[in-house]
Design a protein. Structure first.
Length: 234
């Protein structure tokens, strides 16, 4: 999804991912997890929302920097929940995670692969995941829908693209090869079990399906960027 954020951060760069690249295939979708510090006293999503409504603007969230997927996820969360909070931008996800663990930050929204270890080791508490059902890797973590925010369904896709003008036949061959890899036990084990990510279904594979996903999320990112007033990079 970072691919679609770049034009908003660098509008003078003349880069349009939909026009300048040829989609090949989506290869995995990564859910987002909302986690809070142990020092926050928050136990679940309803408790967090109640705390934020009683103390507007007092709860802070960190991310790896302006325009990152975590930044957009947190802004989307505040927008959809209709609560006020502080979004603190770090120079990388690592420092933000350290401050969540220390209690300097109240919370963070990031990918499963980043936050699962912290939750498992009780260095932070995961309280919501952006999937339709609970994840087998995080069975004790409710979905956003269970916590009262069903509209938060942001998940981060990863995909393969080729240079503009790549022949359709070449795109199809690449997509077929990628699909074969995605069906292998080794790939499934790594993506689903280790990273708690989701492999695209057959109907969601290939150049056409990936282009539809890009177009859909391009409009979504554009609307969110305007809603949060994200400023272009200098």
């Amino acid at each position: 999804m970072s691919l679609l954020i770049i034009p908003h951060l660098h509008p003078k760069g003349g880069f349009d991912p939909l026009a300048d690249l040829a989609p090949v295939a989506s290869v995995a979708t990564v859910p987002m997890v909302l986690a809070v510090s142990n020092a926050s006293g928050v136990k679940d999503l309803p408790g967090l929302l109640d705390k934020m409504r009683r103390n507007p603007g007092k709860t802070n969230f960190g991310s790896g920097g302006p325009g990152t997927t975590a930044h957009l996820a947190e802004a989307l969360f505040l927008n959809q929940a209709k609560v006020d909070g502080m979004l603190v931008q770090y120079r990388g996800t690592g420092p933000a995670l350290v401050d969540v663990m220390s209690g300097t930050l109240d919370g963070i929204i990031d990918q499963t692969v980043t936050l699962m270890p912290l939750h498992a080791d009780k260095r932070a508490r995961a309280i919501a995941v952006s999937t339709a059902q609970r994840l087998p890797q995080l069975p004790d973590v409710p979905t956003f829908a269970e916590g009262g925010l069903p509209q938060f369904d942001l998940r981060i896709w990863n995909g393969l693209v080729a240079p503009k003008g790549t022949p359709r036949a070449a795109l199809e061959r690449l997509a077929a090869a990628v699909s074969q890899v995605m069906d292998s036990p080794e790939y499934r084990d790594r993506v689903e079990k280790q990273f708690a990510s989701q492999i695209p279904a057959n109907a969601e594979r290939g150049p056409d399906a990936f282009r539809r996903l890009l177009e859909q999320d391009s409009a979504r990112v554009s609307a969110l960027v305007k809603a949060i007033g994200m400023q272009p990079a200098n």
